[in-house]
Write a protein that binds this ligand. Sequence first.
Ligand SMILES: NC(=O)C1=CN([C@@H]2O[C@H](COP(=O)(O)OP(=O)(O)OC[C@H]3O[C@@H](n4cnc5c(N)ncnc54)[C@H](O)[C@@H]3O)[C@@H](O)[C@H]2O)C=CC1
Ligand SMILES: NCC(=O)COP(=O)(O)O
Length: 359
Amino acid sequence: MSIDLESRKPVRPRPRIAITLGDPNGVGPEIVLKCLSDSRLMKFFDPIIVGSAEVLRKHAEVLELPLPELQVVGDVPERITPERLVVVDVTGGKAPEVEFGKITAEGGKLAMESVRRAVQLCLDGKADAMVTAPISKEAISLAGYREPGHTEFIARLTGTRRYTMMMVSDDLRIGLVTGHIPIWDVPKRVTRQAILETIEIIHESLIQDFGIDRPKIAVLGLNPHAGDGGVLGREENETIIPALEEARRRGYLVFGPFPADSFFGIGAYRLYDAVVAMYHDQGLIPFKTLAFESGVNYTAGLPIVRTSPDHGTAYNIAGQGKASPGSMRSAIYLAIDIARRRKERQQAAAATSSSAAAS
Ligand SMILES: NC(=O)C1=CN([C@@H]2O[C@H](COP(=O)(O)OP(=O)(O)OC[C@H]3O[C@@H](n4cnc5c(N)ncnc54)[C@H](O)[C@@H]3O)[C@@H](O)[C@H]2O)C=CC1
Ligand SMILES: NCC(=O)COP(=O)(O)O
């Protein structure tokens, strides 16, 4: 292994991806096991499973899925070999019983402590990115966590104030001005500042993480028909249009606000590098309709790389072997791509600054 002279961090031939198993009673461990047995995918990275070896074994046994030989560790080893699957066990030997389809505080705690550990591995440079299998918002709330989901939890753990949930598929990237909040709370959180910040985060991410030079961003309205000139709501005229004018003054290529229904109806999303939606379901309903089995949930704005499948714990099919690994597979591919792109950008910037210093 060589050393990157600028960052002093080891340059690994294959990225190390920390993968959390999610809620032990949902489909998380199943979709992870299915991905691990996909030889095309496994060529591109070294997995570090974070969670519980016992839970992984139980899912493999019940679902009759292949389980590689496990190397259960407290910390990530220097060398990872394809012969043994590294599992960073966070249970201290006390894994909860797997109860398929059941919402439990123990399941929520294991899921969140796995996320905490994976974040630390990324911050310490022991993993290059993390991919999170689904958690249950009810289970984590039962376990006493105050954040509604991964996005907010990881933002807190990494000290990130500016971030957004961005859903990513081949045809559509869509980021949210507001996230996991009740619908009645949306209008007062759709402020000029929040819209501008979301545009900035998405713009930065499109350049840094997706390699798009001059990204074009479409912004949706909040009200039906984007307010119809103020007849169907005032937020467009009072908040969204002024925010877009300010964004244009700052040099962003932003368009809109578009009425959300026809924007998707005529496929206009294909003309832009990303779309900004005002609230969760405005963005996620079209997204999941277009790409449920291949879509990825990406957290833009973090100092680390985190992706996740676009679906949840699917308790209704847990333990039955029916879960599609498609979205999890896309989440792993995207994490690999973004981690590599960020590293290449860092190396290019370091090379430029050292040649400038030398001249
Ligand atoms: N990344 C994450 O951690 C996410 C977590 N959630 C959480 O998951 C829990 C359950 O959420 P729901 O709204 O019920 O959505 P869900 O995505 O778990 O399930 C919705 C429907 O899709 C099906 N489905 C989901 N994933 C599938 C797969 N891989 N293969 C085949 N069918 C699949 C389920 O069987 C169900 O019929 C909630 O607590 C929610 O907040 C939801 C989305 C993402
Ligand atoms: N709708 C996306 C979702 O619920 C997943 O949220 P997060 O756990 O990734 O924050």
